[in-house]
Ligand binder design. Structure first.
Ligand code: AMP
Length: 421
């Protein structure tokens, strides 16, 4: 309601309006997620708690972003859905207009687009030009499922508001600081370079947001802390962050590498692929589908939702228990590996659907790691809450945190800071 009044007032007044709104678009192959944020007002969800406000609020002055509207248009190009991305974005525009938040508002400063793969070319939020769109299209072979949809979303949004700045925020960008020792595979250099084969990492906006929020929770500047972020959703990745900069992450050329995920295998011996092709007679496309869509928790036990896996484990289901154990074993290996990569760990932060909601996963992942200075508090860990919080024991040398991720806010910050600069 307030927004409606403001918009009308803005239209009537001759004084210039401060454009402080950001539309964040996440265009997938069959869906468009959107969120409209106002960057001028502090967000009730991102405001630091009084205990951490002293340093958190003053040092991170961009800690704003009130969500004005959000939604999703699904089943694009499918039966019962809209025809294409142009129709989907038209629907987004209509939904926003019906709330008095139309795309024609002078308060809209910029559109921020999530783009999955930025290759080595894009290492931060980038103002979109024709040349940038062409570069993102060149990266399609590295992200054949995601980048084409991202590009379509960008093109349609640019057609809708050609006058408005649009910014691409890349999932890979946060990982651009990885040293070559972590980013390169140990394969023939010339072949790797010819085909862009290296470790790029993903979930970068989430790792950036959560590592910064974790520092704020500790009352520290990001440059003062080393953090291991465990982004555990249906896709999952770990990230080692030294003084605010990514130094290693578990996803690689594609999101297939690393942790056991909902439907992805994560790390396997690459020779498994040759074996399945030569001995199993499986075509490469089928192996691709196997490792990306029919592996991980789903492949191991038939379920990829931890709520269901937990229920089955409680009934003594051995298959579900083994899937859980394999998932946890891999996760613990990465915690140990990143403790070694960082040398000193100040905090471990859990985020995304599983990380935020499964005390059992958090507890199992860190059980018995007291010799590494990691001690989780059973009572704090079991509490359900929606805010960023510590779940470590008071004496724990390494803080253990649960931090709800907010990729939309991170994209909005990136896009807004670029056009405001
Ligand atoms: P995301 O990809 O971040 O949306 O995470 C989705 C996953 O989070 C689901 O597949 C579930 O495994 C997990 N999840 C969501 N809610 C819960 C919950 N209450 N308890 C345990 N796991 C959950």
């Amino acid at each position: 309601m307030n927004a409606q009044i403001n918009v009308n007032a803005a239209k009537e007044t001759p004084t210039p309006v401060t454009a402080s709104r950001v539309l964040v678009l996440n265009s997938g192959s069959s869906s468009v997620k959107y969120q409209l944020l106002d960057m001028a007002h502090p967000s009730p969800t991102s405001r630091p708690s009084p205990a951490t406000a002293i340093k958190g609020a003053t040092r991170h002055g961009d800690n704003s972003g009130t969500r004005l509207a959000s939604g999703i248009v699904e089943r694009i190009g499918e039966e019962g859905g809209v025809a294409d991305h142009a129709a989907a974005l038209k629907q987004v525009a209509d939904e926003l207009a019906s709330q008095g938040l139309g795309l024609d508002s002078p308060q809209l400063a910029v559109v921020g687009h999530r783009v999955v793969h930025g290759g080595t070319r894009f290492t931060g939020p980038t103002l979109i030009t024709d040349e940038v769109v062409a570069e993102i299209e060149k990266l399609v072979p590295l992200a054949p499922l995601h980048n084409p949809a991202n590009v379509t979303g960008i093109k349609v949004a640019r057609d809708l508001r050609p006058d408005l700045p649009q910014v691409a925020v890349f999932d890979t960008a946060f990982h651009a600081t990885m040293p070559e020792a972590a980013a390169r595979y140990a394969i023939d250099r010339a072949t790797a370079d010819r085909h862009g084969v290296r470790r790029y990492g993903f979930h970068g906006t989430s790792h950036a947001y959560v590592s910064r929020a974790t520092a704020a929770l500790l009352g520290k500047d990001p440059s003062e802390v080393n953090v291991i972020v465990l982004h555990l959703g249906n896709g999952a990745s770990a990230c080692a962050i030294e003084a605010g900069r990514c130094v290693d992450t578990s996803m690689g050329l594609t999101p297939l590498e690393g942790l056991v995920m909902g439907t992805r295998s994560g790390d396997i011996d690459p020779a498994v692929i040759f074996h399945l092709a030569r001995v199993g007679g499986m075509p490469v496309e089928e192996i691709d589908t196997l490792l990306n869509k029919r592996s991980g928790l789903l492949g191991l036990c038939g379920d990829n939702d931890f709520r269901e896996i937990g229920r089955r484990m409680a009934e003594g289901d051995a298959e579900a228990q083994l899937a859980f154990d394999i998932y946890i074993h891999r996760l613990r290996k990465y915690v140990g590996a990143y403790a070694a990569v960082l040398g000193r760990v100040d905090a471990i932060a859990f985020t995304a659907g599983v990380g935020e909601n499964s005390p059992a996963v958090r507890e199992a992942a860190l059980r018995g790691l007291e010799p590494l200075g990691i001690e989780i508090d059973a009572v704090r860990n079991a509490l359900r809450a929606g805010n960023a919080r510590l779940v470590s024991a008071d004496g724990s040398r390494v803080a253990v945190a649960v931090v709800p991720t907010n990729e939309e806010l991170e994209i909005a910050r990136g896009a807004y800071s670029l056009v405001r600069a």
